[in-house]
Design a protein around this ligand. Structure first.
Ligand code: FE2
Length: 310
């Protein structure tokens, strides 16, 4: 039995939450077997080696097409213009699930990034640190077909639509590397947790003001039809690191608090300003509050998006 099916609640990536047992994948043994088989290929997979080719089924391609049509429409209305511009170059076919290697070949030409295989939980040090070397951990499995606009865990749709769009744009790719370099410099769990939170509230769930309206740029928002519809009603706060650190962990519902930068280009100043000389002493030097819990993990895993087991 795979872990994420055993636990509740499910994560926020799909934009709708509920008990794990409510998810159609929970009782679908064939689906779970397929998902687990694709995830198992990531075990002992060295960062940077080629992902295996997956023979996706017609049902999986159909799920992709359904989500693609919904997301393209929703992003047109709710995504930042910089994201829409990046999307023009993104390796996101409309009709089929793309292979990791073709996505990677495309990204590499544009920004030097490649996908590297993940099967679920990836420790912060590996997940964040690999970004310094131009590798982004991505999964290959597809969400359950009965609920194509919702997924209890990040899937290939999330990784390609969200992170794949970012990583074909040099400006976004630089921010991933900035996060990665900071993570590569530190070892302590607290320091990695802090970087993980910063990554989470910006590149995963970030919002930017644009002509007086909040627009999505975070990968989790960009790849979730539900979140794209809901995020303007969240508690939108200005970027504030101490506030991000104090925020209690929410386990149910849409993300209730999101952080909005006043204009997307300023995000680079914010992240570079904090992360470029980040080290083990940064928290003490800036008297930052301790994280409410330990073990924040930026790479969603089978246990949920914000895995707290650390
Ligand atoms: Fe993500």
């Amino acid at each position: 039995m795979i872990d994420w099916m055993r636990r509740t609640p499910l994560d926020q990536h799909g934009g709708r939450l509920g008990a794990a047992e409510e998810h159609p994948g929970f009782a679908d043994v064939a689906y779970r077997r397929r998902r687990d088989r694709l995830a198992a290929a990531a075990e002992h997979h060295p960062v940077g080696s080629a992902s295996p080719r997956v023979e996706y089924t017609e049902a999986e391609h159909a799920t992709w097409r359904t989500v693609h049509a919904a997301l393209v429409e929703a992003q047109r209305e709710r995504a930042c213009r910089e994201v829409l511009r990046a999307g023009e170059n993104a390796p996101v076919p409309a009709d089929r699930v793309p292979q990791h290697e073709e996505v990677s070949d495309h990204l590499e030409q544009l920004t030097g990034f490649r996908f590297t295989l993940a099967g679920g939980i990836v420790p912060n040090k590996r997940f964040l640190g690999a970004m310094a070397d131009g590798y982004f951990h991505a999964v290959q499995y597809v969400r359950h077909p009965a609920m194509p606009l919702y997924t209890p865990e990040p899937d290939v749709l999330h990784d390609v639509f969200g992170h794949g769009t970012h990583l074909c744009d040099p400006w976004f790719a630089d921010l991933y590397r900035t996060v990665g370099r900071a993570a590569a410099r530190v070892e302590s769990r607290d320091a990695l947790d802090l970087i993980s939170r910063l990554y989470w509230f910006t590149l995963e769930y970030g919002v930017a003001w644009e002509d007086g309206s909040p627009k999505a740029y975070g990968a989790a928002l960009l790849s979730s039809y539900g979140e794209l519809g809901h995020f303007p009603r969240a508690d939108l706060r200005p970027l504030d690191i101490p506030d991000m650190l104090r925020l209690p962990y929410e386990v149910a519902g849409y993300q209730p608090v999101l952080y909005a930068v006043d204009a997307l280009p300023r995000l680079a100043d914010f992240l570079h300003g904090f992360l470029d000389d980040f080290d083990e002493d940064t928290c003490a030097r800036l008297s930052l509050p301790a994280l409410p819990e330990r073990g924040f993990m930026a790479r969603p895993g089978p246990g949920g998006t914000l895995d707290r087991r650390g």
